[in-house]
Design a protein around this ligand. Structure first.
Ligand code: ZN
Length: 282
């Protein structure tokens, strides 16, 4: 099942993409695609409804993040060996966890705004997973029971804030619109093998990142088990799992994003998203 949230920013309604690719309204069945709606029993109930009976919507309707009310939005750093190398950093012995503050989340095709004093705006296509069940000290063997599904995340980053100012990465990862998610939340049963998904990101139509989840250092069950040793995760929380090589930071002479540039990302089975970079405005 491909779940979506559609409509104006801040006022999204739940929907799905049916087997024919049509956008349909789910608001007769659930209030939103959020923590409560991601419980395994709710997902099971949604799976058996007659999709053709749901109201059909215009295909050009804006999509928001496919999960609403995200409380905790975490990211894994340096989770692809070749990206760690281009960043000039050692392959970590344990997963590097950092926070993307959840107010950075936006729709898959929304504009990405350069923050005030932006100098080095960069892109990172990533596979993100969404929690469906409260997770405390989860074992790797049980991890799948806690994951509702998957979506694309562009882990938009300001490298000057992230690495040239003191303190933690969170500063360079959390600005407004730095977390495009979507277009769909694809349920785990539909995605197949998450350890073999091709992924790519283009800037202005030029291929910058080419990767495959097969080269992730820490796989998803390990990430979830690991994170849940340090904190409780709730339904609707999102963890994005790291980026393959090809970011601006890794270039010999980095070409960072400027206003008017367009980033387009795709991951097998998860669709595609695209954002235009726009100047800062309050
Ligand atoms: Zn990242």
């Amino acid at each position: 099942m491909k779940l979506v949230r559609y409509g104006a920013a801040g006022n999204e309604k739940p929907g799905l993409i049916d087997d024919d690719g049509k956008l349909r309204d789910l608001s007769g069945h659930i209030d939103d695609i959020n923590g409560a709606a991601l419980a395994p029993d709710v997902i099971a109930r949604l799976k058996v409804i007659d999709q053709t009976a749901l109201p059909e919507l215009d295909s050009d309707t804006r999509l928001g993040s496919p999960v609403g009310n995200v409380r905790t939005f975490l990211a894994i750093g340096l989770n692809y060996a070749d990206h760690a190398e281009e960043a000039g950093l050692r392959i970590p012995r344990e997963p590097v966890i950092f926070n993307k503050v959840s107010t950075c989340i936006c729709g898959p095709d929304d504009d990405v705004m350069m923050p005030r004093d932006c100098q080095k705006l960069d892109w990172e296509v990533e596979l993100a997973f969404v929690i469906g069940k409260r997770a405390r000290y989860v074992s790797e063997a049980d991890a799948a029971d806690y994951i509702t599904g998957y979506t694309i995340c562009n882990d938009v980053s300001e490298r000057h804030f992230q690495t040239e100012r003191s303190g933690q990465w969170v500063k360079g990862k959390s600005a407004e619109t730095f977390g495009p998610l979507g277009p769909w939340l694809v349920t785990a049963d539909e995605i197949g093998n998450v350890d073999n998904l091709a992924m790519s990101l283009d800037v202005n139509g030029q291929r910058r990142q080419t990767g495959n989840t097969a080269t992730m250092i820490f796989k998803i069950p390990h990430i979830l088990a690991y994170v849940s040793q340090f904190m409780v995760l709730e339904p609707g929380d999102v963890i994005t799992t790291g980026t393959p090589p090809g970011v601006a930071l890794g270039m010999k002479e980095p070409v960072y994003l400027k206003a008017g540039d367009v980033m387009s990302s795709a991951i097998d089975g998860l669709g595609q998203q695209a954002q235009k970079v726009v100047p800062f405005k309050l």
